[in-house]
Design a protein around this ligand. Structure first.
Ligand SMILES: *Cc1c(COP(=O)(O)O)cnc(C)c1O
Length: 472
């Protein structure tokens, strides 16, 4: 009789009794009384269900507490955590874009740990301006008269539109009505910024006369948007920036250029394809230029707005600026990253984004050859592991059609063609993602490809492969 489900249920220890064991007290010390009580209750419930379904003999109290401990440990893990981005997209928007140099991380820690002179002028002993810490740096690097920063480039575009074109019209070429991932669409941004988009030209061809014809008494400015993530090819025409700038000047309206990524260096000097810089845009006559902090610039999430002093002053005075302003940690990190730009000779070593983008294929290939045997040792029985050449993308909408030759590891299920192959691939991908520091690759022609361009921690990567577990 004593092992009927009812008898077993009755014999289960109470929550209080479990809390008062040594293991229970340890859990309370680590996780607090309330969370531990809840976890023990949940564990008891799970055991009760299993006993009712006659699937379980009477559990040992330690087994009940072990289950509670696992749940408590899981809940204590941060939800936001590091991963290995081996997708082949260097600045991956879903994986946090640029990762920061140590100098920036130290700068973040310094201002996070202590009060700082964020809005305090130490020399004068009075209130200061948070932008003052980086405005000079940005101006020196871009050649702009003035600069300000906000939370991201989407905010930079909205704030610029809302300041310079509220209630008025903004002509934009139909070829530049971009959608960046994550719901950033130029027509919607225009509406939400309080202006009216005037579409000009056609998808493939826009001429100066189209803009000239669109300008009227309600035109506030002309905006150019960098077609970050697509290319219009074939029978095309765009209006040179210098001509748009000239047209704006003749109507005394500002010419605004949203560069999207923007980079503060000539990428061609680093063997990479050219991406327009804010310096180019300003030289071509833009009055205001906006770009991201965490795309090719390689810094923290931020939106930089540079240009003419009077326009920047207006932008800074917009009450929306207060809502979109950067946090002190962002300012500290961005300033540290911009300091690295002061010495372009060491930039490719010290700025992780640029280091990854300029890493030679031969070096990546050697890394792949060193690592492949470790992966093969783990997966050898179920998968073919080989070193391959692949192509990295820059990502974040920069240079969408250009790739960089890279190398990596292809893992394909062994002895399975066709039917079972997809499932086997999915299982391996899942196992890689289930590692303590998840490994994210991409699937290409029946294999999981791990592009090693962005792998810097070889030791950490290999060490955790012991824990690769393939579920049956
Ligand atoms: C990426 C991008 C944005 C948005 O920048 P975030 O920093 O992601 O907010 C805006 N415009 C263009 C052209 C872009 O490429």
């Amino acid at each position: 009789m004593s092992d009927t489900p009812t008898a077993i249920l009755k014999s289960l220890p109470s929550v209080d009794r479990l809390l008062n064991t040594d293991a229970g007290r340890d859990l309370v010390a680590a996780h607090g009384h309330a969370a531990t009580t809840t976890a023990i209750r949940a564990s008891l419930d799970a055991w009760r269900n299993r006993i009712r379904e006659a699937k379980s003999p009477p559990p040992d109290p330690s087994a009940i507490l072990d289950e509670a401990a696992i749940a408590l440990d899981d809940a204590a893990q941060p939800a936001l955590r590091p991963v290995f981005n081996l997708t082949g997209t260097v600045l991956h928007t879903n994986l946090g874009r640029a990762y920061l140099p140590e100098e920036a991380i130290d700068a973040i820690a310094d201002v996070a740990r202590s009060p700082s002179n964020l809005e305090y002028d130490v020399d004068a002993g009075r209130r200061g301006d948070r932008d003052s810490h980086i405005e000079d740096q940005i101006c020196r690097l871009t050649g702009a008269e003035a600069a300000t920063i906000v939370n991201n480039n989407a905010a930079a575009v909205m704030l610029t539109l809302n300041t310079l074109a509220l209630g008025k019209q903004v002509p934009v070429s139909r070829g530049e009505l971009v959608e960046i991932g994550g719901a950033f669409r130029i027509p919607d941004i225009m509406t939400r910024s309080g202006c009216t988009l005037v579409e000009v030209g056609t998808t493939n061809r826009t001429h100066l006369k189209d803009f000239t014809g669109a300008i009227g008494p309600d035109t506030a400015m002309i905006m150019k948007v960098h077609t970050s993530n697509y290319l219009i090819e074939g029978f095309t025409a765009t209006v040179p920036e210098t001509e748009l700038a000239e047209l704006c000047r003749s109507h005394s309206i500002p010419f605004v250029n949203d560069l999207g990524s923007g980079t503060l260096i000539n990428l061609e000097n680093f063997g990479l394809p050219h991406e327009p810089t804010p310096m180019d845009a300003l030289r071509a006559g833009a009055d205001v230029v906006t770009f991201s902090g965490d795309k090719l610039l390689g810094g923290p999430q931020a939106g930089l707005i540079v240009g003419r002093k009077d326009f920047i002053a207006k932008i800074k005075a917009n009450p929306m600026k207060r809502a979109l302003r950067c946090d002190k940690m962002t300012i500290a990190a961005l300033s540290a990253v911009l300091r690295l730009y002061a010495n372009p000779d060491t930039l490719a070593e010290r700025l992780p984004a640029l280091a990854a983008l300029t890493r030679p294929q031969s070096e990546i290939r050697s890394l792949a050859e060193r690592i492949a045997p470790t992966i093969a040792a783990r997966l050898g029985e179920i998968a073919n592991v080989s070193v391959i050449e692949c192509a990295s993308e820059i990502g974040s909408g920069a240079l969408p059609t250009r790739t960089i030759p890279s190398a990596g590891i292809a893992i394909s299920p062994a002895g399975q063609q066709g039917r079972g192959e997809g499932t086997a691939l999915k299982r391996i991908a899942e196992a890689l993602r289930a590692l303590p520091k998840p490994v994210i690759g991409h699937i290409e022609s029946g294999a999981i490809v791990l592009d090693l361009r962005t792998l810097t921690d070889q030791t950490g990567f290999c060490a955790q492969l012991d824990r690769l577990e393939l579920k049956a």
